[in-house]
Design a binder for this molecule. Structure first.
Ligand code: ASP
Ligand code: MG
Length: 440
């Protein structure tokens, strides 16, 4: 069996949903994981914001605007009146529920329930479409098998145990389920965080040991550079799990960063495909990848750098532990690190607890801070030992001031920290230096 996950734009209109129905029709049993229709989760976030700030009127008007979009979708999606009626009924049930939240006092629990409606609606509408087309389909409720623990980590054992019986019971060719949504340890509705449908697909694929996990989006695979910023980028045909994980984390928005892990652990290849161009090869992420090559460049913005300088660090041990403990206390992950004998520079992308972190760091050292930085990450195979790669990277970037470098942390990644105002220039220079064939 194959898992096929479709993102919001892939199910963003009646036309697109019908295309998905054709794509999943491969002659084999498939498990289809769907996101919410594009724009829906963002609207649900706005509705939440309105309700939580007490602005019921705004909340209701946002709900009505969104509902209108769905009525149009239902009208275009189905041919027969009976399916149009069924679709309209699905919309009514979910939008009545959304409206009911305006009345009962608004809590965090309800916020999660609101966010879940997008996937609950898209999967039901798609299920009805397959039925109208005469396909043998079944709808599985992700809330019956997806669960996170207290830390927000998905529970693989629970997933395996609870999805197996469902697969034994439902032998239909097309099995459909929701991405993104799950339950928390109390059994309440929760989610795998924004963009989490990819993660759902990977977790499910790993749990039932499929032959391939396919992530269908609106771009033809992971590109070797940011196509919005650089001309002549191209999709990378093969990536190793490690390379893909680095790229997904560092800005290649096409794949949720956590979603590589379950697939890697289970040894299941992940294929990135384009719904708009189904015949395009896309990108295959697997244990196999081209050796000794630079594959791609990616960038991650909104980075803050902290330089921690202390004479006490000189010839001392235990200093770094004290530094790291501060970040641990504030549950703030560190991205890049670089050290000298008297200073250590660290970057973070989540500055929610920055004030607390700085206050504590100042008790043990002098602290300098820089905002508006971008990490440029060069990804490939064997970047360290292959002589000349380092020189090539720095040569390409020679006009761009580099604030920090991380080389040697992984064989698959060289990271450079620059000011965000230099990003466009840096990505283009690296593109010219690393990927353009030299002119004869
Ligand atoms: N619908 C959710 C979101 O927009 C999950 C996903 O699409 O991956 O974040
Ligand atoms: Mg996505």
């Amino acid at each position: 069996m194959v898992v096929m996950k479709f993102g919001g734009t892939s199910v963003g209109s009646a036309l697109r949903m019908k295309e998905v129905s054709r794509i999943v029709d491969t002659g084999e049993q498939v498990l289809v994981v769907l996101s919410a229709v594009s724009g829906t989760t963002n609207s649900l976030v706005e509705i939440n914001d309105a309700f939580s700030s007490g602005d019921k009127k705004k909340g209701i008007s946002l709900i009505e605007k969104l509902e209108e979009k769905y009525h149009q979708l239902v009208n275009e999606l189905y041919n027969s009146d009976s399916y149009k009626t069924a679709g309209t009924e699905i919309i009514r049930v979910h939008f009545d529920l959304l409206r009911s939240f305006a009345e009962n006092g608004f809590t965090q629990k309800q916020a999660f329930e609101i966010l879940a409606q997008g996937e609950l609606i898209s999967t039901q509408l798609f299920y009805q479409l397959l039925l109208e087309e005469g396909k043998k389909a079944a709808l599985l409720n992700a809330l019956d098998f997806m669960r996170i623990d207290e830390e927000g980590e998905p529970q693989m054992d629970y997933l395996r145990e609870h999805i197996k019986p469902l697969l034994e019971k439902n032998k239909e060719t097309f099995l459909i389920t929701q991405g993104f949504i799950c339950r928390n340890p109390k059994g309440e509705i929760a989610n795998l965080r924004r963009g989490g449908s990819d993660y759902s697909a990977s977790l499910i694929g790993a749990a039932i040991n499929v032959s391939e996990i396919q992530i269908w989006t609106d771009i033809d695979g992971m590109h070797n550079n940011d196509p919005r910023i650089v001309n002549d980028t191209y999709p990378i045909r093969n990536l190793s799990f490690d390379e893909a994980a680095e790229l997904a984390y560092f800005g290649a928005k096409i794949l949720h960063p956590s979603s590589v892990n379950p697939a890697r652990t289970a040894g299941i290849p992940v294929r990135l495909k384009n719904t708009m161009q189904p015949e395009a090869e896309g990108t295959l992420i697997s244990a196999i990848s081209d050796r000794d090559t630079i594959k791609a460049v990616a960038a991650k913005d909104k980075i803050t750098a902290i330089r921690i300088v202390s004479n006490r660090m000189l010839l001392a041990y235990g200093f770094l532990r004290k530094v790291f403990e501060v970040f641990e206390r504030y549950k703030t992950p560190i991205d890049m690190i670089s050290t000298s004998e008297v200073a250590v520079s660290i970057t973070i992308d989540n500055d929610q607890f920055l004030d607390g972190i700085l206050t504590e760091l100042k008790e043990i050292a002098n602290v300098e801070i820089d905002y508006d930085l971008t990490i440029i990450c060069v990804v490939g195979d064997n970047l360290l030992e292959h002589s000349g790669f380092g020189a090539k990277i720095f040569e390409s970037l020679k006009e761009v001031p580099v604030r920090m470098v991380s080389f040697g942390g992984s064989k698959n990644n060289v990271s450079l920290l620059i000011h965000s105002s230099e990003k466009v220039r840096a990505l283009n220079m690296l593109h010219a230096g690393l990927f353009k064939k030299e002119l004869a």
